[in-house]
Design a binder for this molecule. Structure first.
Ligand SMILES: [Zn+2]
Length: 267
């Protein structure tokens, strides 16, 4: 079985000392491809450099996370447009709205989000989206650009049924993380996971964040999530959907390969 992890923050500080070992363990666990996620201008450049060291395992995304939206400048857009010419850039993002934390003001978040959607539409890139406690504004803004975007994934989906329906109506993909393994706060999501159509489902660890709470005891992780744990999340998702793990692997890998136009994708 092979898997594709659509969100690995591999340039994160917590991977600095043993990144090669993390990459190796991902391969051992069957994770064929990793999408290395950019969260600001500097980090996005690092993601691209890392992907360039592992072009047969990784693709990069370029984006400014809503937490860092206040850093967005016109210059950032020019730089992303330049870097996007690199063949290892597979999507624009992470971008979106996060009114749960509001590390940047909502107005700054909306501005950076729209600027990046505009850029992705102009360049013809799929988008990697973050939404937390902001489904109203997020859906309204995305709706204005959706027709001009080849593909869009709402990553780490944790919102409600109404938001899920709206995103699916806009033909978005839905990314599911180890949040779904949480026996308490994951309950609402567990109920919604079976409603995602096969063709729209993508899987992700969001490493080093969101360590699945159901990992077997004794695994040496030090509270840090890593891409090798993706099959564990997938087992949980397969059970919720009444699907076999092998079928889920084949389906979600085909979805991700098509979404990110990975080599060997038939779509
Ligand atoms: Zn996110």
């Amino acid at each position: 079985m092979e898997w594709i992890d659509i969100c690995v923050n591999l340039t994160h500080e917590s991977f600095r000392r043993d990144r090669d070992a993390v990459i190796e363990r991902a391969a051992q666990a069957g994770v064929r491809w990793m999408l290395v996620t950019g969260s600001d201008e500097t980090e996005s450049r690092r993601c691209l450099e890392l992907a360039a060291q592992h072009p047969d395992r990784m693709r990069a995304t370029l984006g400014v996370h809503p937490h860092h939206a206040s850093q967005w400048q016109e210059r950032t857009g020019y730089r992303f447009a330049e870097d996007a010419a690199h063949p290892l850039v597979a999507a624009m993002g992470e971008m979106g709205l996060d009114y749960y934390r509001n590390h940047s003001t909502p107005a700054a978040q909306r501005h950076a989000f729209e600027a990046q959607l505009e850029l992705a539409a102009d360049l013809g890139f799929p988008v990697f989206l973050h939404e937390r406690e902001a489904s109203g504004d997020f859906g309204d803004i995305l709706a204005r650009y959706r027709d001009r975007l080849p593909n869009a994934v709402v990553h780490c989906f944790t919102s409600d049924a109404a938001a899920l329906d709206r995103y699916l109506e806009m033909d978005c993909h839905i990314g599911i993380t180890g949040w779904v393994c949480d026996e308490r706060r994951g309950q609402d999501l567990q109920a919604l996971v079976p409603r995602i159509p096969d063709a729209r489902l993508l899987l992700e660890t969001d490493s080093p964040y969101l360590l699945p709470r159901t990992l077997p005891k004794g695994l040496p992780h030090g509270r840090r999530n890593e891409p090798a744990f993706l099959p564990h999340i997938a087992e949980h998702v397969a059970r919720l959907r009444g699907a076999s793990v092998a079928a889920l692997a084949a389906r979600t890998s085909a979805n991700a390969a098509a979404f990110y136009r990975l080599p060997g994708s038939t779509a």
